[in-house]
Write a protein of this length. Structure first.
Length: 158
């Protein structure tokens, strides 16, 4: 690669994550409030249905595993930062950073019945090839996913 002609590439989904977070928490709050109102007004069956819907709401968001993703490449390094957004408890931040020359391959794996793509980066190490943990691309737009794939293909000269 010629560093003089290389432009840094950054793809991240922070704006989309803000909208997803609002949807997640507002939806959960409205469902919980609806359940509470049902119980307080003596409509127990409706309250249980609303409470079950709250639980289902959380399970669906956990299964999809929506993640903030920031992929950045420079002339010699690839950095990928990510964390799950629709979680309770302490947020776990993750990052992978390595020289571009060690990137061997990548895979887009389908999960959740083929509805969600996960990115797996494969790097060369002294011990052989190693796969990084999958990163969910569910919270990225189709265009952001295409940008990431195009950048990985460019790095691998495909």
């Amino acid at each position: 690669m010629n560093p003089g002609h290389y432009q840094e590439m950054v793809t991240e989904n922070s704006e989309r994550i803000k909208r997803i977070n609002r949807l997640f928490y507002m939806g959960a709050a409205l469902l919980a409030l609806g359940s509470l109102i049902c119980f307080l007004t003596g409509r127990d069956v409706a309250g249980f249905v609303a409470a079950a819907t709250v639980v289902l709401w959380f399970v669906v968001f956990q299964a999809i595993d929506l993640q903030y993703v920031r992929l950045e490449t420079t002339p010699d390094r690839l950095t990928l930062r990510y964390y799950s957004v629709a979680r309770f408890g302490k947020r776990e931040y993750h990052a992978m950073e390595f020289p571009l020359a060690t990137l061997y391959d990548y895979r887009l794996e389908k999960s959740l019945f083929g509805l969600v793509h996960d990115l797996v980066l494969v790097v060369r190490t002294r011990q052989g090839l190693a796969d990084y943990d999958p990163v969910s691309l569910a919270a990225l737009s189709a265009e952001e996913q295409r940008q990431i794939e195009a950048e990985l293909k460019r790095i691998l000269r495909r």
